[in-house]
Ligand binder design. Structure first.
Ligand code: ZN
Length: 397
């Protein structure tokens, strides 16, 4: 732990506040924020690689702090936030208010998740550039994390294309500055069911889309109960087994019409030791076998699936060099695991060893009056200072 609690530097606080004041709700452009950071880095002589989405309204930013050095450690954050529609806030969500009290806090949407981390990292860009260490520190800032971790895949593809091979990655999601080494995956799908309509007195000549959907939903429920009964437990999660759940359902137009259309959305949250692709394949297989009878009545009947998002689970080792490094930098001997999905599994899949460690608590994220305590930001600042002072990456290099 941090013995003598450090004070947060005015510069780090100022940068975190500046980022919170920019509206980067996922449905909006994040370019104001990306250009702000690009310009801040340019003043230090650091150039940024931007990768845009299809309509160029959003961008990822990747920057190397320490030109001509070996690729080193990525500090990774997402720039988008969830919205606050319908939430009761007592402070302006974009106000970036600092309130004193027994625990001084920075309030605002994204303060904990995760502009506080990005602001503190940015405040140390100069220190990383000046460092005499033989390795570089990289900033990786993504768009569209909150809606399915879409941006970071483009960022990673760009690194691969450019031949940039960082050694490891620290994802600064709020963990109270305790290194987190596991989370579940989040796999979401939509299933559209096409049946054949008929007057409800003539059911044998119809395919009831709601009833067919219900059979598949029953399959999902059976699978969920199977996970609960049989899956080897992974302790440390609120629910120590994989879950499946249907979140939305629609179908039908009238009591006396056999419905032609229905759709539903469902998700799997798979343990790091489970396999969501196999779960989804089981659903697809069930759908294919139900389709035989449906198509016998109406060839056009059947199921169509769309992927909403596939965020892989994440599992690192307590002894992994990047975990040990994060422990060293944060002064923590513990590790933890988190209940939410992050970009960590995607970095891991691309061969970059990853740990999740950042200021604030997920309990405040996505909530009204989201905040991060200044002492958490100060701990994050010490983390950055220690990283900037490191001369060797030990086992990582
Ligand atoms: Zn987040």
């Amino acid at each position: 732990m941090f013995d003598n609690l450090p004070m947060l530097s005015p510069n780090a606080l100022h940068l975190a506040q500046s980022l919170v004041r920019m509206n980067t709700v996922s449905q909006n452009s994040n370019l104001e924020l990306i250009h702000f950071i690009r310009d801040e880095l340019a003043r230090l002589g650091v150039s940024s690689r931007l990768t845009h989405n299809a309509d160029k309204s959003k961008a990822n930013l990747f920057a190397t702090l320490g030109e001509n050095k070996a690729a080193g450690i990525i500090l990774s954050g997402h720039t988008d936030t969830v919205p606050w529609d319908g939430q009761e806030w007592s402070v302006p969500p974009l106000g970036a208010l600092v309130k004193d009290g027994p625990e001084p806090r920075l309030y605002g949407r994204g303060s904990a998740d995760m502009k506080g981390f990005i602001g503190v990292a940015l405040a140390h860009a100069q220190a990383f550039v000046n460092s005499t260490a033989p390795f570089a520190v990289h900033l990786a800032l993504s768009y569209d994390e909150e809606v399915g971790c879409f941006g970071v895949r483009e960022l990673i593809a760009d690194l691969r294309q450019a031949g940039i091979k960082p050694l490891a990655c620290i994802v600064g999601e709020p963990t109270g500055m305790v290194p987190a080494i596991a989370h579940k995956g989040v796999y979401r799908y939509q299933c559209c069911v096409r049946g054949k309509e008929a007057h409800s007195s003539l059911t044998p000549n119809s395919v009831n889309a709601i009833e067919m959907a219900a059979r598949l939903i029953g399959k999902l429920r059976d699978m969920a109960e199977g996970f609960e009964r049989n899956e080897p437990r992974y302790q440390g999660f609120d629910v120590p087994f994989s879950t499946a759940s249907v979140g939305q359902f629609q179908g039908g137009i009238a009591d006396n019409v056999v419905p032609r259309d229905a759709w539903f959305r469902y998700e799997f949250r798979d343990l790091p030791t489970a396999d969501a692709q196999r779960m989804q394949n089981e659903v697809l297989q069930q759908a294919r076998s139900l389709e035989v009878a449906m198509k016998a009545v109406a060839p056009e009947a059947g199921f169509r699936f769309e992927t909403i998002c596939e965020i892989p689970s994440f599992l690192a080792g307590a002894q992994d060099p990047i975990t040990r490094l994060a422990q060293l930098l944060s002064g923590q001997s513990a590790t933890t695991q988190v209940a939410f999905g992050t970009e960590a599994g995607i970095f891991e899949q691309s061969g970059i060893r990853t740990v999740v460690c950042g200021p604030g608590s997920i309990a405040q994220a996505h909530q009204p009056d989201e905040y991060v305590s200044l002492s958490q930001l100060a701990q994050c600042e010490v983390f950055m200072q220690r990283l900037a002072a490191m001369q060797s990456l030990g086992d990582l290099a």
